[in-house]
Design a binder for this molecule. Structure first.
Ligand code: SF4
Length: 323
């Protein structure tokens, strides 16, 4: 484990010291997981959200102008079939935060378990809910949950998400107490985000005792109040990922599509900085274009792209570590 001053220094690494940081992160990944990348398949189930994040085109204020969709459980199952055919055993159901999405999800979870004969990880990324709602999903067969803290600076969190960090942390603690494998995550390169607050982001992942942590460089998306800001440099995001790997070698750290969106080859660089998860998009083509996470021009990760970058990195793919 690095001390806070060491974390701070590592986050600023460039040139040769950055390459040494990445090499150590890769060494620790390979030592703990083998030279392997965990593959997930994602289905994006709705673009409707009750939250109003300043950086997201699916924010509440855009609901009226967006072409809204909610997937039925049958439509979810059809996408899940394609994931199964691709040999992937982690189903990530992701969407905006709205209680309405839970109806289809609750129907889909037992059907997914049946399809896989129980040998499946069902990973949800659906936002804040009550402990009781998380418990119901867990009892139905959900395995794991992603709920990113985004920034550990409470004031910045409130300003950008209009939501309290404390409530987010309450949800994460409920999920952990219910036996979920939990993933958090942060955005790097936000306006007014200090280096010290990124050190706090790294420390928070350890304090919470989560199992996964992602780092997304800020993407200035169209139709948002932050659309005119510059995109975050990928280098800082890579440094944070490498620091997370060195501090917590057991973490699942994805190489996210925002890396590729901000810089061609960004996801390969993520694997080079110690990441060990890639997510392939299996959303229907029609709904995929309406899922505006970074606007309509996001980078959609396909199976061939993933196979290519894994091969180029000298790694191989594997299934869930939680089954
Ligand atoms: S980032 Fe997530 S929680 Fe925030 S508005 Fe977009 S979909 Fe909703």
């Amino acid at each position: 484990m690095l001390t806070p001053p060491e974390i701070r220094q590592a986050l600023l690494a460039t040139g040769e010291s950055q390459q040494e940081l990445f090499a150590e992160a890769r060494r620790l990944r390979d030592e703990h997981f083998g030279p392997q990348v965990v593959l997930r398949g994602v289905v994006e189930i709705t673009n409707v959200c009750r939250v109003n994040c300043e950086y997201c085109p699916m924010r509440k204020d855009n609901t009226r102008e967006n072409d809204r969709f909610f997937m039925s459980s049958e439509a979810i199952l059809s996408c899940v079939n394609s994931i199964r055919e691709a040999g992937i055993d982690i189903i990530l159901l992701q969407g905006g935060e709205t209680p309405r999405s839970l109806v289809a999800v609750k129907e889909a979870i037992p059907a997914i378990r049946e399809l896989y004969d129980g040998k499946v990880e069902i990973l949800l990324n659906l936002g804040n809910f009550s402990r009781q709602q998380y418990e119901e999903l867990r009892e139905l067969g959900a395995t794991s949950y992603i709920l990113k803290h985004e920034t550990s600076d409470p004031e910045l969190h409130m300003r950008l998400r209009h939501e309290s960090l404390d409530e987010r942390l309450r949800c994460m603690k409920d999920l952990l107490a219910l036996g979920y494998k939990v993933g958090t995550g942060l955005i790097s390169g936000l306006p007014d985000q200090s280096l010290d607050s990124i050190v706090d982001d790294v420390l928070l992942a350890g304090d919470l005792g989560v199992h996964m942590c992602s780092v997304s460089p800020f993407v200035p998306a169209p139709n948002t109040p932050m659309s005119v800001l510059p995109a975050a440099p990928v280098g800082m995001a890579l440094n944070i990922m490498a620091v997370l790997r060195i501090c917590y070698p057991h973490l699942l750290i994805p190489s996210v599509s925002a890396l590729e969106k901000n810089e061609e080859g960004g996801q390969s660089s993520g694997l080079g900085a110690g990441a060990n998860v890639l997510t392939v998009n299996f959303t229907n083509e029609a709904d995929r274009d309406r899922y505006l996470i970074y606007g309509s021009k996001r980078y959609v990760v396909g199976l061939q792209h993933v196979k290519d970058i894994v091969h180029r990195a000298g790694l191989s793919t594997r299934g869930s570590v939680f089954i």
